[in-house]
Design a binder for this molecule. Structure first.
Ligand SMILES: Cc1ncc(COP(=O)(O)O)c(C=O)c1O
Length: 442
């Protein structure tokens, strides 16, 4: 490629991209992009506006840090925690689920996991093995790419579709086309959605829930961005409105509630896996192919979780207990704490659209898409792969929507969390230059 003047040294960036061995940055995983940008930043001494990875840009919840330090000082690092979670934590998770989702779950069925990454893996491992004649997960996409990687690594099949053209009542027809095959064990999606920030309505959640019950399928609902549809206030314990969930419409659910984004606790790798009482007690003889028990709860805890990690970091469980206790008691408003993401999204989206970019997933049914943790952009005349490659030269990073199961291959996902407000002028200036250098045909 012909060298030209770009905000990041053209030849250095080209060299760094070649050195990674990645043939097409548009196909690269989030972690590969992160590594590439780390390398370029090191080589050039210049900073990127980093929007590729959902690292929380806020400090961890202090109440968690204090409790964790305290636990470490008391010596918990030396002791194996119970694999099903410490006794103090489990009732706090159940209380959180009651207060913010208005659901009743036995505390025994509330488990800590090493991030929701492990929660998802544990669900795929266990729930997708309940019936030998089924194939695996149906992903309502776009989605978090690594969850499909988890299925692949487990040797499980999966199916996916992009939900954008199947919103509202149309979702029923689309879901039925997969469920009628009898091959689906679990349905998975994130809500709010990573990467598009679509938020399912109660009508849609009802459709998913009713069909899950009818077809005896379990919904693994990923609530990594719990409470973060800032158009509604889900922050008051025990008061409506509650975080929307499929669990209001079916008992066939397992919920993944990450601490990473909601409590800015990504580094300690702790999340909650909440399994409905019905699913916990389900019996499936085919589980015996892998586990000593045919009961889901037993297979999950004493098979899967035991074998995967033998539980979750002891001190991190004390951190989560303290955070949940403060949140449940109404002393800590965790939604208020993360609202900054939505406010940054608003400013950032305008910078993009002022410079010729378009928001790809722009509508949530009839309404404009909410401002949150992620947004999606495209640029006229460029594919997602081409745009991402160009961004490398302009000091801006993101990931291609094509890697998320999206049909909108012209788009990129941008994450609002890591960029600090001080970097806004740099982003604006780079986007302006991009626009000047890539004139849009009128
Ligand atoms: C939709 C979704 N699920 C799960 C995760 C991972 O959560 P955790 O950090 O708890 O493993 C993320 C992180 O970005 C995510 O976006």
């Amino acid at each position: 490629m012909q060298s030209r003047k770009t905000p990041m040294d053209f030849d250095l960036v080209t060299g760094a991209m070649e050195a990674t061995g990645i043939k097409n940055v548009g196909q690269a995983s989030i972690r590969e992009i992160k590594k590439l940008i780390d390398n370029i930043e090191k080589a050039t001494g210049e900073r990127y506006v980093r929007m590729e990875m959902g690292i929380p840009g806020l400090p961890p919840m202090p109440v968690g840090v204090e409790a964790q330090v305290e636990a470490l000082k008391k010596g918990v690092a030396a002791i194996y925690p119970d694999i099903q979670g410490i006794p103090e934590l489990k009732p706090e998770i159940a209380r959180f689920v009651k207060l913010f989702l208005n659901l009743d779950v036995d505390p025994e069925h509330c488990l800590p996991t090493v991030g929701s990454m492990m929660g998802g893996l544990a669900c795929f491992m266990t729930l997708n093995r309940m019936y030998a004649d089924r194939e695996g997960t149906l992903f309502i996409d776009p989605g978090f790419p690594v969850q499909k990687l988890q299925c692949k690594i487990l040797g499980q099949g999966y199916q996916t579709f992009d939900v954008y053209n199947h919103r509202g009542p149309k979702l029923r027809e689309k879901l039925l086309s997969y469920l009628k095959t009898g091959k689906v064990s679990t349905i998975m999606y994130s809500n709010p959605n990573n990467p598009s920030w679509i938020c399912f309505t109660d009508e849609e959640l009802r459709i998913i829930g009713e069909l899950a019950t009818e077809y005896n399928v379990i919904v693994v609902e990923d609530l990594a961005y719990f409470g973060m549809d800032f158009r509604k206030d889900y922050s008051h314990p025990g008061k409506a409105p509650y975080q929307p969930s499929v669990a209001h419409y079916t008992d066939n659910y397992a919920l993944l509630i990450s601490s990473s984004k909601a409590f800015s606790y990504a580094g300690e790798r702790i999340a909650m896996l909440v399994v409905s009482d019905k699913v916990w007690n389900m019996k499936a003889p085919d589980l015996k192919r892998f586990y000593s028990s045919d009961q889901v709860g037993n297979a999950l805890v004493f098979g899967t979780i035991y074998a995967l990690s033998s539980g979750t970091s002891h001190s991190a469980q004390y951190a989560l207990t303290a955070i949940l206790n403060a949140v449940n008691d109404g002393k800590l408003n965790f939604v208020e704490y993360v609202k900054e993401y939505g406010e940054k999204a608003k400013v950032m989206k305008k910078m993009f659209t002022d410079n010729g970019f378009q928001i790809v997933y722009d509508k949530d049914l009839g309404d404009p898409i909410a401002d949150g943790f992620y947004f999606t952009v495209s640029y006229p005349g460029l594919s997602g792969d081409e745009l991402l490659k160009e961004f490398m030269y302009y000091g801006v990073s993101a990931i291609a929507l094509a890697t998320t199961g999206s049909e909108r291959t012209e788009g990129l996902r941008a994450c609002t969390s890591l960029i600090q407000r001080e970097q806004f002028p740099v982003l604006e200036q780079r986007l302006k230059q991009f626009h000047t250098d890539h004139p849009v045909a009128k």
